[in-house]
Write a protein that binds this ligand. Structure first.
Ligand SMILES: Nc1ncnc2c1ncn2[C@@H]1O[C@H](COP(=O)(O)OP(=O)(O)OP(=O)(O)O)[C@@H](O)[C@H]1O
Ligand SMILES: [Mg+2]
Length: 141
């Protein structure tokens, strides 16, 4: 399907990515799909993690996605920005969503903690995606 897919984790980096994607979508008259991948932290690693309702993480992800989409000016687009919240590792969710898309856009960094890195692990991995062109939006200089 013709579209621009953007990864949104709630970070400023992903906000910049969405802004860039919206500008590009205006030029190309394409729909924008903002995708958030969520998972239950550590649930697969330890039997001692208390049982929590996964819906909490889904809801938090949906809220983060809504906030980022609301912060970006989507005027001039032919369609409103589509929001997708999906369970799974971010790289898999994003590359699956971008299969057959025109463009996959991510920020250089996200919510992760290692400040020295140029690129986060998600952007490093999606850079190797061969299904469509990938854009990694750098931080503000
Ligand atoms: N859970 C997610 N859902 C959707 N997009 C994501 C998600 N996580 C990251 N991204 C996308 O990838 C970009 C880079 O984030 P990444 O996770 O690679 O960096 P980081 O959080 O700084 O590092 P790391 O996660 O490796 O500690 C984000 O700006 C966003 O566009
Ligand atoms: Mg991250």
């Amino acid at each position: 399907m013709a579209k621009i897919v953007v990864g949104v984790d709630g970070s400023d980096g992903s906000k910049r990515a969405l802004r860039w994607a919206v500008e590009e979508a205006r030029l190309r008259a394409l729909p924008v799909q903002a995708v958030h991948a969520w998972h239950v932290p550590y649930a697969d690693l330890s039997p001692f993690v208390p049982v929590v309702d996964p819906e909490i993480f889904h809801e938090a992800g949906r809220q983060a996605l809504d906030d980022v989409v609301a912060s970006v000016d989507g005027s001039g687009l032919e369609h409103p920005i589509e929001r997708v919240v999906a369970y799974g590792p971010a790289v898999t969710v994003l590359t699956d969503a971008a299969e057959g898309a025109d463009l996959l856009v991510v920020g250089a960094r996200g919510l992760g903690g290692f400040t020295g890195l140029l690129l986060g692990s998600v952007s490093q991995h999606v850079a190797k995606h061969r299904g469509c062109p990938v854009v990694i939006v750098p931080p503000e200089r």
